[in-house]
Design a protein. Structure first.
Length: 296
């Protein structure tokens, strides 16, 4: 069974007999999927393959950028521009949806090169939040080199002046992150610690009152990675065995078991009820009952 039910409420989100379909394969390590709600395509990274690809039902699979600086996480801003975390260059970059207008948004903190920006989200006010573990300085997920910063961080990039602010520096391996529906809280998971923390978002965009929100547990392979909230406030996080689904009170309702190790996901199609999963060498999809959220 591809669905592991830990709480019967899970079947209100995804059917117990939901079928998982492979739509593309032949990659080395897929990550960072984002769905374009108007052009109807999925853009995603192949970190080790050093490329960003695009898939649509109409055109199939195409290259978006190659080489990609071993890109990992992607998102859209409110103008439909693509923001990308680059492992090989230790940068956050932005480009138009057609690939033009490439520019670097962040590369250094306190005069030192960032570790390797990993995952990224944009708040409704335009501010950019991203995690910066050292994973992209390890082969094969990046380029082997010494860290300049002696900590992994979570950062905020100001949309008006481009100022980069370090928000949290006590994670071991910060990875996926997402806002609550009202944007009053920011969730950040830790790949090494195997848990999710939550922070209160202050009026100035900084974070306060960090605390443990949930452990991501299971006997299968996998660690906390990509993480997002659906339109009903359920939190989805990659973890052991696939994608774990939590309710708003941090109860683990169950797991969508991916055929391969799953690093990230995105909702797509016209109703935002198709969950696209980037899982190791492939991209899969499965239908859910609760829509995801449109990025812009």
């Amino acid at each position: 069974m591809p669905i592991e039910i830990r709480d019967s409420r899970l079947t209100q989100i995804i059917a117990a007999d939901a079928a998982i379909e492979q739509i593309a394969s032949g990659f080395q390590f897929t990550e960072g999927p984002i769905w374009h709600p108007y052009e109807k395509h999925l853009t995603f990274s192949d970190i080790i393959g050093n490329a960003i690809h695009r898939w649509s039902a109409a055109d199939g699979l195409t290259d978006f950028r190659r080489p990609s600086q071993m890109a990992n996480g992607n998102t859209y801003d409110s103008q439909g521009r693509i923001l990308t975390c680059e492992h090989a260059s230790s940068r956050v970059a932005r480009s138009n949806v057609d690939g033009s207008g490439y520019e670097v948004l962040a590369s250094h903190h306190a005069g030192k090169e960032l570790n390797s920006p990993n995952d990224i989200v944009v708040k409704s006010d335009g501010s950019v939040y991203f995690t910066d573990p050292p994973f992209g300085r390890i082969v094969p997920w990046g380029v082997a080199r010494e860290q300049e910063l002696d900590f992994p961080g979570v950062y905020r990039l100001d949309p008006t002046n481009g100022e980069l602010t370090l928000l949290v520096d006590d994670f071991v391996g910060p990875n996926g992150l997402c806002f609550s529906l009202d944007e009053k809280r920011l969730f950040v998971n830790d790949t090494i610690q195997g848990h999710i923390r939550v922070f209160d978002v202050q009026a100035d965009g900084t974070l306060a009152n960090g605390r443990l929100w949930a452990d991501v547990t299971g006997e299968a392979d996998g660690v906390p990675d990509g993480m997002k909230v659906d339109s009903a406030g359920n939190l989805f996080s990659c973890g052991p065995g696939g994608i774990h689904i939590f309710d708003a009170n941090a109860n683990d309702l169950g797991v969508i078991r991916a055929p391969e190790g799953c690093a990230n996901f995105a909702w797509g199609d016209d109703d935002l009820c198709t969950l696209y999963m980037t899982a190791s060498t492939s991209v899969y999809r499965v239908r859910v009952a609760v829509p995801g959220r449109q990025l812009f």
